[in-house]
Design a protein around this ligand. Structure first.
Ligand code: HEM
Length: 210
């Protein structure tokens, strides 16, 4: 869970940097050229397959671990006072992960599937023909409920990362009184800034559209 989680965390940073080009006021040119590069460059394409495998391993492993945990204690605790020694996020990683999975399925269907197999209109920049993915994203974010759905999903990602980020370091054995405060602070900042920036994109595009 830790290794795949850290890989997914690094993917989030790359994905966010790419997505920020949606906010460049150039009619979508830089974003469309970037999307073309990401879907045609052989190195990136190979990394994408690794990414899909990582998502699947992370999800399947989470389901197997939860089943194992349940099996280890067939008799439930008579009293559970989880909040005394664990955080709300750590006890609800499964629910948060499921929310993210639902988001991911809808997200991939609307953007990733469209980019690869949908009938997207083409635009030409300096003689180079590329798919106009920018307009697909722009149109999606003219609907307030779609924007609200993205923002809600990013709140889910934020809470998932609150626990996941620092937990990954603990699982890898990087648990030391001297370094824990630094890891916790970086984890908290990352969990707020990255999903916050992801959520800002649909909000800004929606505001621009009205
Ligand atoms: C405002 C937020 C987001 C926007 C605007 C956005 C936009 C996009 C777009 C346009 C694509 C298609 C790109 C292509 O196929 O070249 C894509 C792919 C993808 N997105 Fe997002 N995304 C957002 C947030 C997220 C988040 C939070 C996650 C993960 C939890 C995520 C996971 C993915 C994955 C796994 C792919 C497929 C990547 C690949 O083919 O290599 N996205 N996204």
């Amino acid at each position: 869970m830790a290794l795949t989680g850290l890989f997914l965390i690094s993917f989030l940073v790359v994905h966010l940097i790419g997505n920020l080009q949606l906010l460049a006021n150039d009619g979508g040119e830089s974003f469309n050229l970037y999307a073309k590069f990401m879907t045609t460059n052989p190195v990136i394409k190979t990394t994408s397959y690794l990414l899909y495998a990582t998502f699947i391993i992370h999800i399947v492993w989470a389901i197997l671990l939860s089943a194992q945990n349940r099996k280890a204690r067939t008799v439930r605790y008579a009293v559970t006072a989880g909040s005394t020694n664990s955080s709300w996020t750590s006890r609800n990683m499964g629910i948060l992960g499921t929310i993210i999975l639902v988001f991911l399925i809808i997200h991939l269907k609307n953007f990733w599937y469209e980019m690869h197999w949908g009938g997207i209109a083409k635009v030409v920049y300096d003689g180079v023909e590329v798919k106009d993915l920018y307009t697909v994203v722009e149109v999606a974010y003219t609907q307030w409920w779609y924007v609200a759905f993205y923002v809600a999903a990013m709140v889910g990602v934020m809470f998932h990362l609150f626990h996941g980020f620092k937990s990954a370091f603990q699982t890898l054995g990087l648990n030391h009184p001297k370094y824990n405060p630094v890891i916790n602070t970086i984890g908290t900042l990352f969990s707020i800034i990255v999903p916050g920036a992801f959520a800002a994109i649909p909000i800004i595009m929606y505001v621009k559209s009205v």
